[in-house]
Design a protein around this ligand. Structure first.
Ligand SMILES: *[C@@H]1O[C@H](CO)[C@@H](O)[C@H](O)[C@H]1NC(C)=O
Ligand SMILES: *[C@@H]1O[C@H](CO)[C@@H](O)[C@H](O)[C@H]1NC(C)=O
Ligand SMILES: *[C@@H]1O[C@H](CO)[C@@H](O)[C@H](O)[C@H]1NC(C)=O
Ligand SMILES: *[C@@H]1O[C@H](CO)[C@@H](O)[C@H](O)[C@H]1NC(C)=O
Ligand SMILES: *[C@@H]1O[C@H](CO)[C@@H](O)[C@H](O)[C@H]1NC(C)=O
Ligand SMILES: *[C@@H]1O[C@H](CO)[C@@H](O)[C@H](O)[C@H]1NC(C)=O
Ligand SMILES: *[C@@H]1O[C@H](CO)[C@@H](O)[C@H](O)[C@H]1NC(C)=O
Ligand SMILES: *[C@@H]1O[C@H](CO)[C@@H](O)[C@H](O)[C@H]1NC(C)=O
Ligand SMILES: *[C@@H]1O[C@H](CO)[C@@H](O)[C@H](O)[C@H]1NC(C)=O
Length: 848
């Protein structure tokens, strides 16, 4: 193109490009038109001055370029606009010729209408892109002039393209979190000038503290929370801003919630044919809930009978339309959004329908002279109410017929069949909903039942290791099928296959074992009847079988156990028993007690703990060895709190903790009598009466006590003089039961009183607690008491360390109970007691 001009004048333009914006205010960019109006004058006066124009992305701009005709006469001209950096003008216009648009400017450049206030060479650039930024030159070439005079440098424009911010990356609008999660919110925006990003949380600027869990990174584009706390939940807004505007995006950070069923299905009863809807509405965050329905544990989609009648609505509602009788069952919906455990709700669907006959056998047999049943196969919901029967088209009135009974399931029972019972029968079942009609005709034939031709003996007795053959055979009556013969164990256990041979009706069992002992049945079956012959197989020479039917009667401390003997192993064998027992829940070994006298099938166990669950097992033993253990039975000993009767151990016993002088025989005094105890100021006064018999043998007393199984020596090897019949017991713990025995000693042996039981009221303990509170208030007083105790009494007594420690506390309790006075000595002065020679006091050891 011959119209190209030299554009080499950048330096002056560059200068201009600094000056003009300096003159103009920055607000130029917003009002291009306004600016153009101002600067058109400049353009007129000096074509050398470049014009700076700011435009906004996507909008349009007019480069105002007036034409000054030579001599003010309009002459033909060519208008062309160049963009610096592009070889070819972006726009060429000449009269009525088609205009040319440069690459990238197609459809976006046009000459401004001559009627407009703009100059004739003005260019309208629309739909501005960022790439449009740069230098533009307006050139007008007058065609009929010599080139030199017309070759005028064009007017230069600099176009600045501004863009308001726009987001390129934003966080999800809803972010589901769990407390403690780490999250990153990413917000990136483009724009010219480059926008700044600001973060707000619920309208307040986010303040990233250096120590906090919230930080802002990567030029503000990333908000990071390292560990979500409750207070971090909220709306996070990122704002992108530049001179052209601002935009914002809000992300809602919320705690994810597992699905919760809001509308659970409820039990429903439907009539067959109706439509069922089971709702299962759930709420969840996020709300992408999946609902799984199952019927009796099987997914409904896999229940073939439901296939064509089932649908599940969008909201999870299960629809069955129409319901059928088989649809009754438990329906369960399981709802989950992937957070937490799925929620489950279930309901029972009860489909009711009139009673119906499900199956009609065309022929049924009744065994002549035996009992027999004519079956009516029925289904009914609600349950069957009654069944009517016809025989040979006439209503049968079983209630008036002696030998015929309608059973609960509707079938007809003939207690003794005779020929008259033969005929054509129908049954019609009814329930509350009515009936779906009668069965078809059933031909009932009376036939003779099969009979045994060979029956097994009543009893077979064999020794272990031997084999036994038991005979059995049966034959059919005329006109019926040959009966099938089977052998079974009566208890339902399997026959030992590898040791059993059956030839027609005869069974052989080889290598007999103890477990083969039992009852056996030969069962002969044909279409008319099933007949059974029973025999017992006794296997001798085995260890005893397990004892059975074990009963346990308990009191507080005792258990009376009795049982029935298992098979002893053969007539030549006697068995003796061992009882095993232990506390339930302990890992302790079983205690074993041999039952005496030998062969006895009951025993009494003593010295059990009250209110405790025990388990018991019996095992028999014969000359061949230990037999099988019985089943374990459990029994609880009586609760002392519920036992008003004072329980006394049988004195002839004690498998453990013997307190009787079995070893040392010899004459002994009678037992101390009337042991009793009652509370006194300083503790508990134990009293008793001297033995009535042989009191002359009495040398001294000792006292035993226990709170559990083990007896302890209350008097700690001190002998109470024979004339003492009182004793003060201290430090008994409230809420516990104590047992005492007073032993009357001769020189070599002793006799025990009956066991005396005493339940220390819990208030003793409560008093102590109350006293403790008082003691708390009167801290200093108690401190003094303690020190007095420690110094004056406790130290004085030469007791074992552990005992001493307990006494210090005990002193405080006892003394505080007595009104919080400051005692200088113990409540019961020792010297006084010693003087009286009637009683002594003693503290119990701290029970383990
Ligand atoms: C046009 O620009 C060139 C280069 O800057 C300059 O030498 C020339 O004088 C200018 N012509 C006119 C008519 O202004
Ligand atoms: C520029 O062109 C656009 C699109 O054709 C038009 O809407 C606008 O009015 C024109 N501007 C002027 C000043 O003619
Ligand atoms: C529901 O969406 C959450 C988060 O998008 C996802 O973890 C979960 O697996 C989805 N749950 C289901 C049942 O699709
Ligand atoms: C629904 O029916 C089942 C089964 O019959 C029953 O166990 C359950 O208690 C019933 N629930 C209600 C709310 O009636
Ligand atoms: C009805 O009950 C009797 C006795 O339990 C049983 O023998 C019979 O098979 C039952 N009949 C049907 C059809 O269930
Ligand atoms: C079964 O035992 C009986 C009695 O010994 C005998 O008569 C019969 O032939 C045996 N049957 C078979 C099939 O062995
Ligand atoms: C064994 O106990 C069961 C029920 O506990 C009882 O029915 C049965 O008669 C008892 N057997 C004997 C032989 O006492
Ligand atoms: C248990 O008590 C019942 C009824 O008092 C009695 O018949 C039975 O013989 C007792 N059993 C034992 C083992 O004492
Ligand atoms: C022992 O107690 C019984 C009954 O409470 C009473 O009759 C008897 O007199 C008492 N004996 C003595 C020695 O206290």
């Amino acid at each position: 193109m011959g119209l190209r001009l030299d554009l080499d004048h950048v330096s002056s333009l560059t200068i201009a490009s600094f000056i003009i914006p300096y003159i103009c205010s920055t607000s130029v960019s917003f009002f291009v038109v306004f600016i153009l109006a101002i600067f058109s004058e400049l353009a007129h006066s000096s074509s050398q001055n470049a014009m700076h124009i700011t435009a906004i992305l996507g909008e349009s701009v007019v480069f105002n370029c007036p034409v000054e005709f030579p001599g003010d006469h309009p002459v033909p001209y060519v208008l062309q606009w160049e963009k610096k950096g592009q070889d070819i003008p972006i726009f060429i216009w000449y009269e009525n010729y088609p205009t040319h648009s440069g690459v990238g400017y197609e459809g976006r450049v046009s000459r401004v209408s001559p009627d407009s206030p703009y100059g004739l060479a003005s260019l309208n650039l629309t739909n501005i892109k960022e790439s449009d930024q740069g230098w533009y030159e307006c050139n007008v070439v007058f065609l009929n002039r010599p080139p030199s005079s017309t070759n005028k440098n064009g007017t230069w424009f600099h176009l600045d393209v501004h863009a308001p911010p726009r987001f390129v990356v934003t966080p999800e609008e809803i972010i589901y979190v769990n407390l403690g999660d780490a999250i990153i919110l990413n917000c990136q925006a483009d724009g010219t000038p480059a926008p700044e990003i600001f973060w707000f949380k619920d309208e307040h600027p986010v303040d990233p503290s250096p120590t906090g869990t919230i930080g802002i990174f990567n030029e503000g584009t990333e908000l990071r929370i390292s560990s979500i706390r409750h207070e971090d939940i909220g709306d996070y807004t990122c704002i992108a801003r530049n001179g052209e505007g601002q935009i914002s995006h809000t992300a809602r950070v919320i705690i994810a919630g597992a699905a919760v069923i809001m509308v659970p299905p409820m039990n429903q009863t439907k009539l067959e044919g109706e439509k069922l809807e089971f709702p299962c509405g759930a709420k969840a965050l996020p709300g992408n809930v999946t609902i799984l329905w199952s019927k009796d544990g099987q997914p409904v989609r896999e229940v073939t009978s439901l296939e064509t009648r089932l649908s599940i609505k969008r909201d999870g509602t299960l629809v069955i339309n129409p319901v059928s009788g088989d649809d009754s069952g438990h329906y369960k919906c399981e709802v989950s959004n992937g957070i937490g455990d799925p929620q489950v709700a279930s309901a029972f669907l009860n489909v009711e329908y009139p009673a119906k006959v499900t199956y009609t056998p065309t022929v049924q047999y009744l065994p002549f002279r035996l009992g027999g049943v004519v079956q009516c196969y029925i289904k009914a919901n609600p349950p069957l109410q009654y069944v009517t029967w016809t025989k040979d088209k006439r209503l049968l009135e079983p209630y008036q017929t002696k030998d015929i009974i309608v059973m609960n399931n509707g079938s007809l029972l003939f207690t003794r069949v005779n020929q008259n019972h033969q005929g054509k029968y129908t049954c019609t079942p009814y329930n509350v909903q009515g009936t779906q009609g009668s069965s078809g005709h059933m031909e009932v034939l009376v036939r003779k039942p099969p009979t045994f031709t060979i029956e097994p003996q009543n009893v077979y007795q064999r020794k272990v290791g031997e084999s036994v053959e038991m005979y059995c055979d049966a034959q059919e009556a005329e006109g019926t099928q040959k009966p099938k013969i089977e052998w079974q164990r009566k208890d339902g256990q399997q026959l030992p296959k590898n040791r059993v041979r059956i030839y027609s009706g005869n069974i052989t069992i080889d290598s007999l074992r103890r477990t083969d002992f039992g009852y056996y049945q030969c069962v002969a079956t044909n279409e008319v009847a099933t007949i059974v012959a029973t025999t017992q197989l006794v296997v001798e020479g085995t260890q005893p079988h397990a004892p059975y039917n074990i009963t346990v009667n308990t009191t507080e401390f005792n258990a009376a156990v009795s049982w029935l003997p298992g098979y002893s192993g053969g007539p030549d064998y006697k068995q003796e028993y061992t009882l095993w027992y232990r506390e339930v829940g302990t890992i302790a070994d079983w205690s074993r007690v041999a039952v005496t006298p030998i062969g006895s099938t009951s025993i009494i166990i003593n010295n059990l703990k009250p209110s405790t669950l025990y388990e018991f097992q019996i095992v028999g033993k014969n000359a061949l060895g230990d037999g099988m253990l019985s089943k374990i039975v459990t029994a609880k000993t009586a609760d002392p709190l519920n036992t008003s009767v004072r329980s006394v151990e049988p004195s002839k016993t004690a498998t453990t903790n013997s307190f009787q002088s079995d070893a040392k025989a010899g004459p002994r005094p009678g037992p101390p009598r009337n042991v009793s105890i009652h509370e006194v100021d300083s503790g508990f006064l134990l009293t008793w009466a001297a033995p009535q018999e042989r009191a002359d043998l009495l040398k001294y007393y000792t006292i035993l006590y226990r709170t559990d199984r083990d007896w302890r020596d209350l008097t700690k090897n001190t002998k109470l003089r024979a004339d003492e019949t009182k004793y003060i017991v201290k430090n008994m713990v409230g809420g516990r039961t104590y047992y005492f025995r007073v032993l009357a000693h001769s020189n070599s042996t002793y006799e025990s009183s009956e066991e005396f039981k005493y339940f220390v009221p819990a208030r003793v303990k409560q008093k102590a607690v109350t006293a403790g509170v008082v003691g708390g208030i009167l801290f200093f007083i108690v401190a003094i008491i303690l020190s007095i105790c420690a110094v004056k009494i406790c130290n004085k007594r030469k007791r074992r360390k552990q005992e001493k420690a307990y006494n210090m506390v005990a002193c405080r309790i006892t003394d505080a109970r007595n009104g919080g006075q400051i005692p200088t000595v113990r409540q019961v002065p020792l010297n006084k007691l010693a003087e009286s020679h009637t009683y002594r006091d003693f503290s119990l050891e701290l029970a383990p």
